[in-house]
Design a protein around this ligand. Sequence first.
Ligand code: HEM
Length: 117
Amino acid sequence: MEIAGVPLPRGSMVTPLIASANLDESAFPRADTLDITRSPNRHLSFGLGSHFCLGAPLARLEARIALPALLRRFERLELAVPVEQLSWRPHVALRGVRALPLTVTPTTDAALRSAGT
Ligand code: HEM
């Protein structure tokens, strides 16, 4: 068979990349934009079907706790280097930076106290 013009001989091994599916413009308008309010959001980050990630509820809970805690602690987070200087780990499926240098502005104790945290 052939997929997108690439011939696949019988018996070939094919590894679909989930990250590329999540950037499919026909499924996600402005797919390249990080939009945490996107709805509907039928992403494949935790897989699909019988092998759907067993840890997904834990991972979601951790994000729901950690991200607000980070944003409460620092009123401003900025990249400390130009984006072109970020170094990406070479990996066929999992994309991520080796390090994410940030300049942070801590929230003042008074602001934390008035937010009750
Ligand atoms: C953001 C964090 C995570 C992401 C993006 C993620 C992603 C995935 C994906 C895509 C799969 C499906 C692989 C496949 O189809 O073969 C998977 C499976 C799995 N994940 Fe996660 N995962 C995360 C966190 C976790 C955590 C925290 C745990 C355990 C505490 C976990 C345990 C598992 C297990 C056991 C499977 C295999 C399920 C099966 O094959 O039936 N994952 N994960």
